[in-house]
Design a protein around this ligand. Sequence first.
Ligand SMILES: Cc1cc2nc3c(=O)[nH]c(=O)nc-3n(C[C@H](O)[C@H](O)[C@H](O)COP(=O)(O)OP(=O)(O)OC[C@H]3O[C@@H](n4cnc5c(N)ncnc54)[C@H](O)[C@@H]3O)c2cc1C
Length: 353
Amino acid sequence: DHQILERLPDVAVHTYIDRVLLQPGTVLTGDNRFYSVFSPFKRRWLSIYEEHATGPFDVNGHGRESVKPSTWDPICNCPDSDLSLFSTTEASAHESLDEFIAQRLTDYEANRNNPSVLGTSRLSGALARGLLSPRQCARAAEIKLNRPIWEFPNHAFSWINELIWRDFYQHLLVGFPKLSKNKAFRPETESLRWRNDPSDIDAWKNGRTGIPIVDAGMRELVATGWMHNRVRMIVAQFLTKNLLCDWRIGEAHFMEYLVDSDLGSNNGGWQWSASTGTDAAPYFRVFNPVSQGETHDPNADYVTQFIPELASVPVKRRHAPWTATLPDQYPAPIVDLKSSRQRAIDAFKELKS
Ligand SMILES: Cc1cc2nc3c(=O)[nH]c(=O)nc-3n(C[C@H](O)[C@H](O)[C@H](O)COP(=O)(O)OP(=O)(O)OC[C@H]3O[C@@H](n4cnc5c(N)ncnc54)[C@H](O)[C@@H]3O)c2cc1C
């Protein structure tokens, strides 16, 4: 960009920060280092945001009207997917934002973890592709609630919190360049003995592991180019812990299929789930995909939507169909959840810290 500007001295160019709320490098510790833990990052982030709220955050003037509508080309490798759920123009992205703020922001906190309801904004594709800026998102919420974000009630702040996570992951990419070079944040995890069994990886990618919430998520990804956040965490932990496969395999697969594929958030999400990242899930706290499914998809609506062959299994057993009569078309689990969990914990224990 700098070189182009130098070569075109007569062309007026205006630049705006709109990919993030706060530019990487602006949220630093007292001794000018990048944060590697989210909570102190967030505290500092909020104090900076509050300081500047009336200045650089005013998006009027380079907001909606002045930006020409544009469309995106299909960007994910899912030719048979139905991408109609996601905005492909700036105008429709703004309509979706308005609709979310008007109708779903109030219940966001209550619904955000249930993949069977439309509880989150589903704006990640528009944000990742630049049809929408996170500043426009924060501003729209501030206008609706008629107050700045630091005075938001919990239910609404919880949504802003996700935008701050997004900023955190963009900061990490700049502060720790090794993250964009295929390296783990925690170097000691590089020697972890991943199994990387090709048939396990294949079953995971194709939604044929025999664990319904995992298979539903992987099928949703291919069918729609998107996956619910709670389910992303579940499938990522299943791949890296129960199947003991390198997080980079999952990261690459997500990058290929997601409409919202984004190096910072994807790498952050994978390294968090695999316990190789900054501020990551502790390695011994392994999600149990059956209880995760029962808690967050209590009526099994989500798994039934993407795995219709489970419809014959009683709802109460649908997250663990092997405890009932397994339908012919659906596989038995490819791994024992209890022993594979222990195998992962043992593999992490072997690492020298
Ligand atoms: C393994 C894994 C991989 C992921 N890969 C991506 C990715 O490639 N691209 C991507 O945008 N998000 C990624 N996420 C984060 C999150 O799953 C999605 O941003 C979220 O599901 C998008 O849905 P939404 O727009 O309805 O989010 P909402 O809940 O409405 O949140 C609003 C916005 O905040 C941002 N956001 C929400 N959750 C997170 C989060 N945990 N981390 C960072 N930003 C967040 C997104 O831009 C989102 O659109 C990943 C998470 C995991 C666990």
